[in-house]
Each structure stands twice: as structure tokens, then as C-alpha cells.
Ligand binder design. Structure first.
Ligand code: NDP
Ligand code: MG
Length: 397
């Protein structure tokens, strides 16, 4: 009789961005698979009360808080956390969590590029990385991918389209891939006229037709900057040329990608528009387990529609594609200017249609070059933020 095999050890997960939209869905996945996944550490920017609740619910004793005032408030309330909790602060604290000896995989789901340093810390410490924060690869894809290769860690995409491409590519030699097509829902303003777009409010932009997400990515979906960021993200993740990465409008958000092979055959990945599917795939990879949300139901009418993207209506997608083709620090400049412009729009400081103007003007002001180290990219990122801030000031209402 063959010996009974021991159950696989649980994967220990550090979750950066635990209080956000991806964080919440990741917690649902963790709660559904206590035999396979264990939460080892959590972090957020400032919502320490919510972190404390999560820590108590999952028995987590390693907690990171980025914001100094929130970190101080949490330290004054140790009773809110499980006994023996270690609180760490700032980006250094997030990096410490990412290196936690008791962790196998780090899920980075922090808005913007704050997660870059912790992501590199995780890679250097030999942890696998589940990456939701696409901005990190847009900023520093060249260096993050090189570090992942050098340290032999797995980089598992969480962004739904990239997770879909990852699934379609598994087992296929790279030479056989002609191109990938990422699907775009078209966001909140897919069918709005130019005249309507001039009067968009933040509340309008935050109503996404298919996905419930954090505010920054919801606005990025409305401008289609999100799809542009995702094309650049895909280029780095899968080692593709810009011409091999394209997008198509697909209003239902059921097909997340199409991968075309050299023989003209395409593979697609389908699942309902819930981030629980890609998050679970990334955390359990290569294992599969029952999903936490219902799968597609073919007893109901299911229509799948695909349309070309009109880049004239979505200048942010055009700009992102231009920066992808230009290479160098151009994608980092695009990302930094977009981050500031979106924040200014959400604060009511600039109109919706000013977002591409801020980005285009910033791109026009910063010299492009091929960075040879991370410090050079970070310098361009900082310079872009200064330039974009001045543009925003001049456009402020
Ligand atoms: P949310 O705004 O919902 O949540 C952001 C999370 O990041 C919160 O936990 C927040 O903490 C934390 N955070 C923000 N800034 C910092 C900081 N400076 N330091 C530490 N933590 C910080 O965002 P989402 O969950 O929607 O998105 C997270 C990332 O995942 C983004 O990069 C997005 O592009 C990507 N993504 C999201 C998808 C989605 O469906 N939501 C889909 C694909 C990718 P606090 O609560 O304290 O502010
Ligand atoms: Mg996506």
C-alpha cells in the first residue's frame, strides 16, 4: 500500500493593502481556504481600526501602517490588536512585512507606486509575489522583472486581464505567441458624448458598470488610462513587444483576454467580473480549489460582444500606447502625471477632460531616456510629479 502523503503545508500570505477593494476580496478567498492559506501579515495606509479588526479575525500578529499619524494612533491602542502584535510603520515597515520570515507569498495591492520598495524587498527575500498594483510595473517593470528572474521567484499577476493571459500562456512556448488582446469594459463613460464628458463629476466617474474597485482605478477605467497602464504591465510581465499588446472593448467583462498564437488560433479566459477568481488563482497557484463566487451559468442567455476601441474618444489610451512604444522613462512619466491628475479630479480641482491635458503636457516637458538603474527612474518620477503639480495648479478651477 502506498504511504499516505502528508497534506501540503498552508501558504503564508502577507497582504499589503488589506483594507482596500482587492484586500477585502483577498480576505474572502483566505477565509474560504483556511486549510490552504494563512494570513501572516497585513498593511494599509491609515485605516488602522480596520486593520485591527482584520488582525483579530484572522489572528494576525504582524501589522504595517504607512501613515505616521495613523501608526502613532495604533501604537496608543495596543488593546485593539491581538496580544503580542508587532506594529511597523512607514514604507520601511511595509518592506519589513514583505520580508517576513514566516511568509511564502506577498500580495501587493496598494494604490500607486508605494508598493515598489516592499515588492522588491519581497523578491530579494525570495518570496513569491502576487501583484495587483500595476503602477509598479509601469514605473519600474525593467528592474522588477530583472530582480524576479535573478532571485528565481514567481511573479503571479492579479490584475484580471494579466492573470487571464498567464493562464492562457501556461504550457505554451513564447515563440508561438503572436499577440495578446486585453479586454476593456469601456468604463463609466463608454457611451457618453463629448459634450457630456465636459461636465463629468467625480461621482459619475466612480460608477463603474461592472466592477467594484477603489476610486483611483475606477477613474482610470473611465479614461481608459487603466487599459493603457495594463498594456505596459503586460509588456513587462510576458516579455512582449509593444506591437504584440492590444485592447478591445468588451462591455460584459466576462472574457478577460485573448491570446493569439502564430497559427491564428486564439485562447480566451472567461470568468464573471469578480476579482476573487484571479486573486485565488494567484494565491493558490498551481493548485485549483472551489471558487468563492459562482461560475458562469450557461442556462441563462450570455451575450459576448467585442468592438474596436476608438482612441480619438480616449486620449489616455493613445498617450499610454505612445509611451509604451517610446520606452525609456516615458511610461513612468505617464503614470506619475496620471496619478496626480486623477487625485486632483477626485478632489474637484480640475475637470475630467483636463486629466489627459495634464498628462500630455507633462510628457512634453520631461526628457525621455533609457534608465540604467532604478534611481534614474525614480528621479524622473519625482520630476514628473513636480511638473504635473504645476500644470494642475494652472488648470485648477
Ligand atoms: P483601494 O483604494 O480600494 O485600496 C487601496 C489599499 O491600499 C488600501 O488598503 C489603502 O489603505 C492602501 N494604501 C493606499 N495608499 C497606501 C500607502 N501609501 N501605503 C500603504 N497602503 C496604502 O484600491 P484597490 O484595492 O482598488 O486597488 C489596489 C491596487 O490594485 C491598485 O494598484 C489597482 O490598480 C490594482 N487593481 C485593482 C483592481 C480592483 O478590482 N480593485 C483590479 C486590478 C488591479 P487605507 O485603507 O488605509 O487607505
Ligand atoms: Mg484589469
Amino acid at each position: 500500500m502506498p504511504p499516505l502523503s502528508a497534506p501540503a503545508p498552508r501558504k503564508r500570505v502577507v497582504l499589503l493593502g488589506a483594507t482596500g477593494s482587492i484586500g477585502e476580496t483577498a480576505l474572502r478567498v483566505l477565509a474560504a481556504h483556511p486549510d490552504k492559506l494563512e494570513l501572516a501579515g497585513i498593511a494599509a495606509r491609515s485605516n488602522w481600526q480596520k486593520l485591527a479588526r482584520i488582525a483579530r479575525q484572522f489572528g494576525v500578529r504582524h501589522v504595517g501602517i504607512h501613515d505616521p499619524a495613523a501608526f502613532a494612533a495604533a501604537r496608543e491602542n495596543p488593546a485593539a490588536f491581538p496580544p503580542g502584535t508587532q506594529l511597523v510603520g512607514g514604507v520601511a515597515g511595509l518592506s519589513e512585512l514583505a520580508r517576513l520570515p514566516a511568509a511564502d507569498i506577498v500580495l501587493v495591492a496598494v494604490v500607486g507606486t508605494t508598493g515598489l520598495e516592499p515588492a522588491l524587498a519581497a523578491i530579494t527575500a525570495g518570496k513569491d509575489l502576487a501583484l495587483a498594483s500595476k503602477e509598479i510595473l509601469v514605473l519600474a517593470g525593467k528592474f522588477v522583472m530583472a530582480a524576479a528572474r535573478a532571485h528565481g521567484v514567481k511573479l503571479l499577476p492579479v490584475d484580471s486581464e494579466h492573470n487571464a493571459v498567464f493562464q492562457c500562456l501556461e504550457g505554451h512556448p513564447a515563440a508561438g505567441v503572436r499577440r495578446i488582446v486585453l479586454t476593456a469594459s469601456g468604463g463609466a463613460f463608454r457611451d457618453w458624448s463629448d459634450a457630456q464628458l465636459a461636465h463629468v463629476t467625480p461621482a459619475d466617474a466612480l460608477k463603474h458598470p461592472n466592477w467594484a474597485m477603489g476610486p483611483k482605478i475606477t477613474v482610470d477605467s473611465a479614461t481608459l488610462a487603466n487599459k493603457g497602464l495594463e498594456l505596459i504591465e503586460a509588456q513587462w510581465l510576458f516579455g512582449l513587444r509593444p506591437a504584440q499588446c492590444s485592447a478591445v472593448l468588451h462591455p460584459q467583462s466576462i472574457v478577460h483576454c485573448l491570446v493569439e498564437f502564430t497559427d491564428g488560433t486564439m485562447l480566451a479566459q472567461l470568468s464573471p467580473p469578480s476579482m476573487a477568481f484571479p486573486i485565488q488563482h494567484a494565491l493558490l497557484h498551481p493548485e485549483r480549489a472551489p471558487g468563492v463566487d459562482s461560475a458562469l451559468d450557461f442556462t441563462q442567455l450570455l451575450e459576448l460582444e467585442f468592438r474596436p476601441v476608438d482612441e480619438g474618444r480616449f486620449p489616455m489610451l493613445r498617450l499610454a500606447k505612445e509611451t509604451m512604444s517610446a520606452g525609456g522613462v516615458a511610461p513612468a512619466v505617464f503614470n506619475a502625471a496620471n496619478e496626480l491628475a486623477v487625485a486632483a479630479f477626485l478632489d474637484g480641482r480640475i475637470p475630467f477632460l483636463a486629466i489627459p491635458r495634464v498628462v500630455e503636457q507633462t510628457l512634453g516637458s520631461i526628457k525621455n531616456f533609457e534608465p540604467t538603474d532604478l534611481a534614474a527612474v525614480l528621479a524622473s518620477d519625482a520630476e514628473s510629479r513636480c511638473v504635473a503639480a504645476v500644470r494642475i495648479q494652472s488648470l485648477s478651477r
